[in-house]
Ligand binder design. Structure first.
Ligand code: SF4
Length: 233
């Protein structure tokens, strides 16, 4: 797997290569079982059922890093945060701050474009209960490392949630950014400089956070607007 990630010379090659990855037996079995059994509401749809590549232009200067695809969201549609409630919140906020062409992300051919933003995740296959194991996170790390290396214009990163935060800090040194010691701590609204890269923390856009009001649309938009400015978008 590592060889496949390192061999990719462009974001397009990386996206194609990651879609073929089968390195984590538990996640391969789960993503494919979900794609076979489906949720009743989507029974007539063909699920993607594979690793989900990042979404957004190869010259993006801002990256948004989440956790992992949702079983009936990105694992169904094949595009990050597409077709689920978390994505509804995230894309509406991106649209409101001028980083997306439309506020909804329903399926892979819906015409949505991102402006200077690339959305990705440290684990590319949907995990049971949204909980990848540390070993799965570590196995998937090389894909994130290579993506960060290939995003040559990258200036800022927004990380959604503590899991993504730790995974991003683990990946950055291998991608060429030395992480300060002590390691930056995750929190909503925190901002750090990592050798010229601006790193922002934001609570994850999960229903658990957005339905309870822990994370409001205004809170997301504030972080995105600051990151947009740091990324010179
Ligand atoms: S989680 Fe990552 S490393 Fe594991 S099978 Fe999916 S794409 Fe491959």
């Amino acid at each position: 797997m590592t060889d496949f990630a390192e061999r990719a010379d462009s974001i397009a090659e990386l996206d194609a290569a990651v879609s073929e990855c089968r390195a984590c037996p538990r996640l391969v079995a789960w993503r494919e079982e979900v794609a076979r059994t489906k949720r009743a509401a989507f029974a007539d749809q063909d699920y993607w059922g594979r690793p989900v590549p990042g979404f957004g232009p190869a010259d993006a200067s801002l990256a948004i890093i989440g956790l992992a695809p949702a079983a009936h969201g990105a694992n169904r549609t094949g595009r990050m945060f597409t077709g689920d409630r978390s994505g509804d919140v995230l894309y509406a906020a991106l649209y409101d701050v001028g980083l997306a062409s439309q506020p909804m992300s329903t399926h892979i051919d819906d015409g949505l474009e991102l402006f200077g933003v690339r959305i990705t995740a440290p684990v590319r296959c949907a995990p049971p209960a949204n909980k990848p194991t540390p070993a799965e996170r570590d196995t998937c790390k090389q894909w994130l490392v290579r993506e960060l290396q290939l995003l040559e214009n990258l200036r800022a990163v927004v990380v959604l949630g503590a899991f993504g935060w730790q995974a991003t800090l683990n990946a950055l040194p291998s991608a060429g950014w030395q992480v300060p010691k002590p390691r930056p701590r995750f929190g909503h609204g925190v901002e750090y400089d990592v050798n010229g890269l601006r790193l922002f923390g934001c609570y994850h856009v999960s229903q658990q956070n957005t339905f309870t009001g822990k994370l409001t649309p205004e809170m997301i938009k504030k972080v995105l607007a600051r990151a947009k400015s740091a990324a010179r978008l």
